[in-house]
Design a protein around this ligand. Sequence first.
Ligand code: EPZ
Length: 419
Amino acid sequence: MDSLLIKGGVPLHGDVTISGSKNAALPIMAATLLTPEPCVIRRVPDLSDTRFMLQILASLGARVSMRGDAVRVCAEKLNPVGNYDLIRKMRGSICILGPLLARQRQATVSLPGGCVIGPRPIDLHLKGLRTLGARVAIESGYIHAKAPRLVGAEVFLGGRSGPTVLGTANLLMAATLTEGVTTIESAACEPEIADLAHFLNKMGARIAGAGSPTITVNGVQALHGTDHELIPDRIEAATFAIAAAATNGEVTLLGSRPDHMSAVMDKLQEAGVSIKRRGFTLTVRRGGRLRPVDITTQPYAGFPTDVQAQMMALMALTPGLSIITERIYESRFMHVSELARLGAEISIEGASAIVKGVSRLSGAPIMASDLRASAALVIGGMAAAGTTRINRIYHLDRGYEKIDVKLRRLGARIRRVEE
Ligand code: EPZ
């Protein structure tokens, strides 16, 4: 397993180009199953998650290829089942369920694995598909869904933690080939859902309201191929912005979508970070003495749970007390104990982390646990004095394209150590 070796204390300086969004890529790649015609998706980040999804599509019988950041998928003929080992390994693979059911009227998909950030239920996914007429059974770790006929309906998709992103994606994709009108209430409003709807409408779907809590879909008989460029990854952009502030540097984010990052930019500015916006470019620097902030993660357009860990790394160096409350997942504080090994002073009170800023962090050997926690540890290591070694960075490679290369170009003393 690879590790990252970081010599901290170097302010980041320079430009970084933001990659395409992982969380738009996965459902949009799954959506290619809805048509027998070829689709091209551009700006696909080269990640283990996107490579997994390509393998899953190929295991289902689709012809797939990747040239640079362009992925081509042609799902002319499909097998009824895919490669369970692959499907089980990645939570995001659950979003093949809706398209398979819509295209073949049946689907067998392994239950997605949970992960360290908490149980990852799919009750809302199944509720949505059942409401359209699917018969769904769960047996020995697999979801068996059959729907000789799908009929449009009104579905309330809100759960105890609010909307479900991939649950909305699954239902949206299934509804495109479902006769009649489907209305999704309490739909997820994330930009990745709007990008998926954009892709589906280019395929001939008739979707209105994506990006709002109410989405309406008029089903059609068939969808055709299309060519689409993904939106940029707002979580990667937020991660680099926070890294610039944490290392007291100045970084320009190229090819971002500032309009997808309002909550993050608002909190960074409240913390004393200077952000200059010019079109799709953001220049971020610390700007002066950092100030503590209170953050509660919420569904979009609130503060994203996927940026919670990275923000905690910044608050660990911010004088005063910051309170970070995680409302989307039950246990998304795996990074706390590892940040503490760098000298951070953080205590957990229920769903909240109380972060007491310290004047300096010092490097240590630490361990990555999940994707965004790993990003927080990289930020902590770059801000710390001395050397930090982060083990198990395969977590990081799931969601950040060549992050060590991009950070080195910004002046970070970071290198990948193969073991
Ligand atoms: C998506 O996961 C993202 N992943 C996650 O990003 C992100 O953290 C999450 O949305 C929330 O924004 C992808 O898009 C591939 P949810 P998803 O269904 O769709 C509960 C990253 O770091 N819930 O919106 O799986 C669930 O337990 C990843 O890139 C149910 O109760 O998340 C959670 O508490 C991590 N029943 C909340 O809803 C369900 O049927 C939000 O989950 C589904 C979800």
